[in-house]
Write a new protein. Structure first.
Length: 300
């Protein structure tokens, strides 16, 4: 599975079909009722980047995990997510309601003054969540309703109108202040550690010799989480008492032991799929952490 969800994967994952035309020439846009993508027939979102932008109106009690932040939302909120930051969300109470739209960067190419990533909600380190009053919810809902009507129309210039509705959403949000209280997680270090662990575990089990363990360093994980490596290292140490490198090494050793015991792959193949280019590097790593070489462990 790629680290970034493509538009094709989104449609296959959520709806098990691909649109006939993803509008590659003008950039892709689509809009949905949130209820159509969750509930009995829905699938939970995975923590990962997407190759598209997303704007969501969500109601109910939910927690969004965005980079190293956890945003607890109880009520109505307007949320903005970009392709550069991984995210997921979890429902706390009853199934939420609302809308969301997705669009590619090319949908807005040459149509915004400084590009989407210069907008405060999409800028690096920006705060993507805006709490809404009932009156604001009604206004935002009406804009999404217009999008739904327009996307299903035959109007030749409908995508121009849809861009205008998206920009109206963006400027509506900019006129308000991001909800600071959403960013106060009771234990941010624990959240970072949990997301790090999820990313680490997602690379396992190794099921084929051609499979590669790709996130091997603290820097690799920090880049995936869009946080500074020192921030990640501090969170892991505070939460677990171990360094990021130690946690990665522990998991590598565990997987190496499993592969040595339960496969007939040769030691070079096992080392390679665990990210070691040279067999000697794998041998030295395994012996350092277990006091015996891989061949001796396999023979026990």
């Amino acid at each position: 599975m790629s680290d970034t969800e493509s538009l094709q994967e989104f449609y296959q994952y959520k709806f098990n079909f691909l649109p006939n035309n993803l509008q590659q020439d003008i950039g892709h846009f689509n809009v949905f009722n949130l209820e159509d993508c969750i509930g009995p027939n829905g699938t939970p979102a995975k923590y990962r980047r997407r190759e598209f932008y997303k704007i969501t109106l969500i109601r109910g009690e939910n927690i969004y995990h965005y980079a190293d932040k956890s945003l607890k939302v109880n009520g109505s909120a307007l949320l903005f997510f970009n392709p550069h930051v991984p995210y997921t969300w979890e429902n706390v109470a009853d199934d939420p309601t609302g809308f969301f739209c997705i669009f590619s960067e090319t949908f807005f190419t040459d149509r915004t003054r400084n590009g989407l990533n210069e907008l405060p909600m999409y800028a690096n380190g920006g705060k993507p969540a805006y709490l809404l009053t009932p009156e604001q919810d009604a206004h935002v809902s009406s804009l999404f309703g217009k999008m739904l009507d327009e996307i299903n129309s035959d109007y030749i210039y409908k995508y121009d109108l849809l861009r205008n509705y998206v920009m109206e959403l963006i400027h509506f949000a900019l006129k308000t202040q991001p909800s600071e209280n959403l960013y106060q997680h009771p234990d941010a270090n624990s959240r970072i550690c949990a997301v790090f662990t999820e990313l680490l575990e997602r690379q396992f089990p190794i099921e084929h010799p051609s499979q590669r363990f790709s996130l091997r360093s603290a820097k690799d994980f920090a880049e995936q989480l869009a946080v500074h490596v020192n921030h990640l290292n501090r969170a892991i140490r505070v939460t677990t008492g171990k360094t990021t490198t130690e946690r990665i090494a522990e998991r590598l050793v565990s997987e190496a032991k499993s592969l040595l015991k339960h496969t007939d792959w040769n030691i070079s193949e096992i080392g390679y799929c665990l990210g070691f280019e040279e067999p000697s590097h794998f041998n030295n790593f395994f012996k350092k952490h277990t006091s015996i070489p891989p061949s001796a462990f396999r023979a026990v």
